[in-house]
Design a binder for this molecule. Sequence first.
Ligand code: SF4
Length: 103
Amino acid sequence: MKTSRRTFLISSLGVASTLALSRQAFADAPKVAENDPTAQALGYKADASKVDKAKYAKFVAGQDCGNCSFYQGKASDPWAVCPMFAGKQVAGKGWCSAYNKKA
Ligand code: SF4
């Protein structure tokens, strides 16, 4: 009983530190520049209010990375990784044409 409790505690600590490390790795990821070729292809803007609404008619005010299902951070995080940009961070207030409302 004692051994399994200790094993559980040790493995829990391992998971916690792995999570801490991966969050740190996310925090260190580079930020996507708007002139990045992928960003241009997807119409990404770090400030959703600057989206080209003529080109991206599907954009609706209130949509931003923070409430997109692809955003890997909390809605309140200013920056987080987005899988559309291979390990780079996007702005929580940003937007791109791959936007998909978080359920
Ligand atoms: Fe932002 Fe979603 Fe586009 Fe990623 S896919 S850049 S989270 S709007």
